[in-house]
Design a protein around this ligand. Structure first.
Ligand SMILES: C[S@@+](CC[C@H](N)C(=O)[O-])C[C@H]1O[C@@H](n2cnc3c(N)ncnc32)[C@H](O)[C@@H]1O
Length: 297
């Protein structure tokens, strides 16, 4: 699909108060990205395993209280964390995306894989989603929630993870979200983040590069940056500065970039907003896995 088509659809959906519902309908009936396929579930499982590996490597407890920022539509990662044996998972999202039928499709895959017993409850048509998630899966669903002010107790969380969320948060909110993470995280707690820095239209349009959005100034980009799929275009160095300012140290960092990044970055003129602010090496990073701990204060 041409990225302009996706952009147009999202801009139109975003104009309506029920834009989220239309977006959901379109994801089910047009793009086919929902309900999640088995392949998608397996991808989420692999991503959750990577976060758990970070917790095992840098944390002090085998299990502990977990907080997910941006749990999304189907809760795949929170449910997988339940199957890893974590007893208490706080799953927060600013949007109340969660849908029972999507959660059920993930539970179905987990049953097929024997990750949960086959008698584990699904969410019925009139089921209380919050109650079933809490009682059967140890998930405290916090939607809509405010990641700047979670209401959680100070130093009550062992592990925080977030997958492909921080690139969707407005820059001015990030310091307060990180300050809240600092407050709720235990002294020896661990944060594991995966941030995707690519132009997200590249997911649907392979005729562009993951760097496509560098051609647009902030003003020009506004028309492509639908509120339904907002991306902040911050670069990895910006996040490193935010983490440092919030009192965290990076204990592990894995950045990714395409092998031919130099050639891809030379295909079009990069606008001055990016060219004057970042080196080409900084611009080349398309995703990062970052593990944080608190600096001792
Ligand atoms: C691309 S989805 C990723 C969902 C999930 N982490 C996954 O990997 O399947 C991004 C999610 O981040 C959520 N989000 C955006 N800003 C947020 C914020 N300030 N606090 C919490 N969640 C946020 C969105 O509502 C959306 O559900």
């Amino acid at each position: 699909m041409n990225f302009r088509m996706k952009c147009l659809a999202q801009t139109v959906f975003g104009l309506f108060p029920w834009g989220e519902e239309i977006n959901y309908w379109a994801q089910r009936n047009l793009s086919g990205t929902l309900p999640p396929s088995r392949k998608r579930y397996e991808k989420k499982l692999a991503q959750a395993l990577a976060h758990q590996e970070a917790f095992r490597k840098y944390g002090s407890r085998e299990q502990g209280v977990v907080y997910e920022i941006g749990c999304g539509w189907h809760l795949a990662m929170a449910l997988v964390f339940h199957s890893f044996g974590y007893p208490d998972i706080k799953a927060l999202d600013v949007n109340p995306h969660v849908r029972a039928e999507l959660v059920n499709s993930i539970l179905g895959y987990m049953k097929e894989d024997h990750r949960i017993p086959k008698e584990a409850p699904l969410i019925g048509p009139d089921g209380d989603v919050q109650k079933i998630l809490r009682d059967a899966y140890g998930i405290d669903l916090m939607v809509p929630g405010d990641s700047r002010s979670t209401g959680m107790q100070t130093e009550s969380i062992d592990y925080i993870y977030s997958q492909e969320v921080f690139e969707h948060i407005a820059p001015e909110l990030i310091p307060d979200i990180l300050a809240e993470c600092y407050r709720v995280l235990k002294r020896d707690g661990v944060i594991s983040l995966y941030i995707c820095y690519s132009d997200h239209y590249y997911d649907v349009d392979k005729s562009i590069t993951p760097y496509h959005f560098y051609r647009y100034t902030e003003t020009a980009w506004r028309k492509y940056n639908s509120p339904l799929h907002y991306v902040n275009r911050l670069r990895h160095v910006d996040f490193l500065r935010f983490f440092r300012q919030a009192g965290f140290k990076v204990v592990e960092e894995t950045v990714s970039r395409p092998v031919n990044w130099q050639e891809q970055l030379s295909r079009f003129p990069i606008c001055d907003d990016f060219a004057s602010k970042y080196s080409m090496e900084e611009l080349s990073i398309t995703s990062a896995r970052i593990v944080l701990k608190k600096c001792s204060r």
